[in-house]
Design a binder for this molecule. Structure first.
Ligand SMILES: Cc1cc2nc3c(=O)[nH]c(=O)nc-3n(C[C@H](O)[C@H](O)[C@H](O)COP(=O)(O)OP(=O)(O)OC[C@H]3O[C@@H](n4cnc5c(N)ncnc54)[C@H](O)[C@@H]3O)c2cc1C
Length: 303
């Protein structure tokens, strides 16, 4: 309900315009590593020193022209070059609508292929983020095609709030994949997604257990400490090796919990977004937690 409200209001032109102008001072900086790749690489270096890996995301989505998608693709190719040259431990995460998915499927496929090929050259890895439910089928189809060519270099994301996800996971698990499981961050109608949070949480745990039991490399991407506890118990009981899964969190959220997991010897990774196009990302972070709206409001009062 809160999420629907925030994401709905956030789509208003005036709100979007004001936020774009002042958002960095109004708290977006908490969730975004910086405007430039250099800022983000600095953050990755600090994380690496604490035993935590990263996945870098150049913020942006829903481009409307193929030229913008090509610029985004080139930015990702450059990012992979820089990660390699700087010797930091980081994957990349991207959104297919930034690669042109909403305007031309073939162009998005080709942009993705070039990025995954570059990642493969460096023994690196590309995670395809999952966007709203309109894009799930195409995203999974492009993931499957690309995976057939570069099985070690690309992974997908599945959202626990969607009714369809257990079927998607069952199909994807016919051969081992690298999958990130999240609860889901978009505004979705009850026709496609569980409206109740306890149902989403239950489905999340069911999906993670199933994914681990099928031998997928499973990225447990949540800040929910109850769920993390349940996963830790499950992997111990079923003797799942530590290199078969990792815990992931978003930059700016509960990093101390991830640091403790890293100290305990678990694989960990922080999602590190950077760039100017932070508005939609920041809105989703506010929508996830009512307290973030207070944080935003406090910054507004300080001005
Ligand atoms: C690494 C990573 C990658 C992701 N990729 C995708 C993706 O590709 N597609 C997609 O739809 N979603 C993605 N998400 C977002 C995800 O779907 C959820 O919206 C988000 O993680 C919040 O859910 P939660 O699992 O943390 O559980 P919740 O039950 O929402 O939160 C549990 C607790 O975590 C803390 N918390 C959660 N969110 C915030 C926040 N924004 N600010 C402060 N504290 C917070 C709070 O203490 C909260 O009580 C990703 C999340 C992570 C961690």
């Amino acid at each position: 309900m809160f999420r629907q409200l925030i994401l709905g209001v956030g789509n208003n032109w005036l709100v979007a315009h004001t936020m774009q102008q002042y958002g960095m001072q109004l708290g977006a900086r908490r969730f975004v590593a910086g405007a430039n790749l250099d800022d983000a690489i600095g953050v990755v270096r600090d994380l690496n020193e604490k035993g935590i890996d990263a996945t870098l995301d150049h913020l942006g989505e829903s481009v409307t022209q193929l030229r913008q998608a090509e610029v985004a693709r080139d930015s990702y190719l450059n990012m992979l070059d820089v990660i390699h040259a700087q010797g930091v431990r980081s994957h990349v995460s991207l959104k297919l609508t930034m690669m042109g998915l909403a305007i031309n499927l073939d162009a998005a496929r080709d942009n993705l292929r070039q990025i995954v090929e570059r990642a493969s050259d460096y023994n690196n890895f590309v995670r395809i983020d999952m966007e709203d439910s309109r894009f799930v089928s195409d995203t999974l189809a492009l993931f499957q095609e690309t995976w057939e060519r570069y099985p070690d270099s690309v992974g997908a994301v599945l959202q626990a709030y969607l009714y369809r996800t257990m079927d998607d996971l069952t199909r994807l698990s016919e051969t081992r994949k690298n999958l990130r499981i999240v609860k889901g961050a978009y505004m979705e109608p009850a026709t496609v997604a569980f409206p109740s949070k306890p149902d989403v949480d239950d489905n999340y745990v069911r999906l993670v257990k199933y994914s681990l039991s099928k031998g997928n490399f499973t990225a447990v991407a949540t800040h929910d400490e109850t769920i993390i506890g349940q996963v830790l118990r499950y992997v111990k009981e079923h003797q799942i090796p530590r290199d078969a899964f990792e815990f992931q969190m978003l930059y700016g959220v509960k990093q101390s919990v991830l640091e403790e997991l890293a100290l305990d010897g678990y694989r960990t990774r922080v999602y590190v977004p950077w760039g100017h196009d932070w508005y939609a990302y920041y809105l989703r972070r506010i929508a996830e937690r009512p307290a973030n709206l207070l944080f935003f409001a406090r910054n507004l009062m300080k001005r």
